[in-house]
Design a binder for this molecule. Structure first.
Ligand SMILES: NC(=O)c1ccc[n+]([C@@H]2O[C@H](COP(=O)([O-])OP(=O)(O)OC[C@H]3O[C@@H](n4cnc5c(N)ncnc54)[C@H](O)[C@@H]3O)[C@@H](O)[C@H]2O)c1
Length: 259
């Protein structure tokens, strides 16, 4: 069991990569707080874990709200008695437009992609330190490594995620807290539907969703999008003790797209 006796949090855990991660971590022995805006789906994930003999609970709320993003850490610590890992996975796809952009969109992109992760990390650090250490994982994107032609705001925010993680990795390594980033490429989740079909994305007009997803994946050396489980496998590695000397890394899971 690669996550035996490890207690932690997955945000955006009700769907896609977060869901796949929560279920996988639990199968490897972890106890998981499944955090999401969608209460019914978060409960479904927690119930799936419990039905398989694992330990989990669902926590519903809006990560854009600072009190919730901070409070979920303490709620998890209270329920489990310790905190070993945090996967701050939630993010916002943002808009693709630049011209005519309302800068309120900048605040939204930064809020969910960066501010929410920071808010949870602020609360998790002292608890992990008191527990002898821990592991944090943030979710960036290929758009945080190369410029996104689709959404400059998304790139800004995902670049910020990597900057935050690298800084925390250096600062809290001495406390035995590792901080890493997973950078998925195109991954087949509901967010991908949003990413490819944003109404302000000019090339989408008149094309159906499957065609848009095929176009988005066609430039990839693997010729397809990632499955959520393929990203969850990497998250498992980075959060587990197997990655005990991996700190401040941004691991691309993009099928070679950025190679
Ligand atoms: N899917 C992709 O192609 C792709 C590629 C690179 C990076 N990412 C990143 O992966 C993460 C999203 O993962 P996914 O693709 O598995 O998404 P998904 O669409 O499957 O799930 C997103 C989940 O986030 C929850 N959520 C949305 N806003 C929330 C909020 N304010 N508070 C709490 N929960 C909220 C939703 O309810 C949903 O369950 C984001 O950080 C995203 O930027 C996705």
């Amino acid at each position: 069991m690669r996550m035996a006796d490890r207690f932690g949090i997955v945000t955006a855990g009700a769907s896609g990569m977060g869901r796949a991660g929560a279920i996988r971590f639990a199968a490897e022995g972890a106890a998981v707080a499944v955090v999401d805006l969608d209460e019914a789906k978060a409960k479904e994930v927690a119930d799936t874990i419990k039905a398989a003999g694992g330990q989990a609970f669902a926590l519903a709320g809006n990560l854009m709200e600072e009190d919730f993003a901070r409070g979920l850490v303490h709620e998890t610590h209270k329920r489990f008695g310790r905190l070993d890992f945090l996967w701050a996975h939630a993010g916002h796809p943002s808009v693709s437009r630049v011209e005519g952009l309302d800068l309120k969109e900048f605040d939204v992109a930064m809020n969910l992609n960066v501010r929410a992760a920071l808010a949870s990390a602020i609360e998790a650090i002292p608890l992990m330190r008191d527990g002898g250490g821990g592991s944090m994982l943030f979710t960036s994107s290929t758009s945080g490594v190369i410029g996104s032609p689709f959404s400059p705001l998304y790139s800004v925010a995902k670049w910020g995620v990597i900057g935050l993680a690298r800084s925390l990795a250096k600062r809290y390594g001495p406390d035995n807290i590792r901080v890493n980033v997973v950078c998925p490429g195109t991954t087949d989740t509901p967010m991908l539907d949003t990413l490819v079909s944003r109404p302000d994305e000019t090339e989408t007009h008149g094309k159906d969703l499957n065609e848009l997803k095929r176009i988005r994946s066609s430039g990839n050396p693997m010729g397809r999008a990632a499955r959520p489980e393929e990203v969850a496998n990497v998250a498992l590695f980075l959060l587990s003790h197997e990655a005990s000397y991996v700190n401040g890394a941004s691991l691309l899971v993009d099928g070679g797209k950025t190679a």
